[in-house]
Design a protein around this ligand. Structure first.
Ligand code: SAM
Length: 311
């Protein structure tokens, strides 16, 4: 049995390619959680790979046909929130941290405590908010689901106006009720990545975010990206699975490519950014995989950009 390891503040800084002075931004959140994990002996690793291979064919594809599934998923979360007596913790989605094995630094691992992936996400989100959203007065999260990211932002930066957008009506209704009950500067709005509202303008000093949301649009992501670029937010922070980052010669990455392809996840975001940057229309601030994910893939890759400043 190999001795357990644990992620340190330094590991997070290296993964995010953050400045050493950002340690202060992360230390509290890292210290709050148990980031120990163990590597797998060969027989267990083989069993994990076999289980992934056996599950691959059973996954459904994302796309426009899944509208009703998302409606009912967020209606369930709304019911859970009501039953909890307006507990904000009930807004946290179940799909982060749903697998007991994770992928970390190019191989599989097993966390020693529950919640490793979600807590990793909390550290990442803290850093993204502190690093990229401090100047924003309006923050738009597209594909926001229950709005739990915006609630976290409202708690740490109550001076911002927050707008959660999603195509699922129960999510938008839930956000309105959460905002009213907890007196948060938050509103919800219907929005469809496949048919963005041509009349929706962004407020000045706007930041736009997508967290595991544009993943649902396959190669049609550029409909939304073209729309967003025209609206010239000051910054765009995306945390999405990015297929271009995987190494096809790595077994663990190859399985992620198969999963991503099978689900028809996000395709073309990074190539779109590179083309826009080459044409001088945007500045690409960060394009980075974190080498951390769940059993099947890395959902937390970062694409951070802004429209090019006009002369
Ligand atoms: C995996 S969830 C992520 C939700 C949230 N960002 C989070 O991190 O919990 C994907 C979200 O995208 C939304 N979504 C999927 N397709 C969409 C579309 N065409 N337009 C707008 N939202 C969409 C779903 O309703 C869901 O809320």
């Amino acid at each position: 049995m190999t001795a357990p390891c644990a992620l340190t503040v330094g590991d997070f800084l290296a993964a995010f390619e953050a400045e050493p002075e950002d340690a202060a931004l992360l230390a509290d959140e890292v210290g709050r959680h148990d980031f120990r994990y163990r590597r797998l002996p060969q027989a267990e690793r083989d069993a994990v790979i076999l289980s992934v291979l056996r599950k691959l064919d059973g996954f459904t594809e994302v796309g426009a046909h899944r509208h009703d599934i998302w409606q009912s998923a967020w209606a369930d979360v709304a019911r859970r929130y009501d039953e909890s007596g307006n507990d904000l913790a009930a807004l946290e989605p179940g799909f982060i941290g749903a697998t007991s094995y994770i992928r970390l630094f190019g191989d599989y691992a097993q966390p020693l405590a529950a919640g490793f992936e979600f807590n990793y996400f909390r550290v990442l989100r803290r850093w993204l908010f502190g690093k990229y959203l401090t100047d924003a007065r309006h923050v738009y999260e597209f594909g926001c689901g229950s709005g739990f990211n915006l609630v976290a932002l409202a708690q740490s930066a109550p001076d911002k106006r927050l707008i959660g957008l999603d195509w699922a009506a129960p999510a938008i209704d839930l956000i309105a009720r959460v905002a009213a009950h907890h007196k948060l500067p938050l509103e919800g709005r219907r929005f469809d990545f496949f048919a963005p509202d041509p009349n929706l303008a962004l407020e000045p000093h706007a930041a736009a975010m997508t967290f595991c949301a544009l993943e649902q649009t396959s190669e049609q992501c550029t409909i939304f990206l073209d729309w967003l670029l025209e609206r010239r937010p000051e910054i765009v922070v995306s945390m999405e699975p990015v297929i271009d980052f995987y190494d096809p010669d790595s077994l663990v990455d190859d399985l992620a490519i198969r999963y991503h392809t099978r689900r028809r996840y996000l395709t073309g975001y990074l190539p779109w950014l590179i083309a826009q940057a080459e044409a001088g229309r945007i500045e690409l601030l960060k394009a980075r995989r974190l080498r951390m994910g769940n059993l099947f893939h890395e959902g937390f890759s970062l694409l951070i950009w802004r429209p090019a400043r006009r002369a």
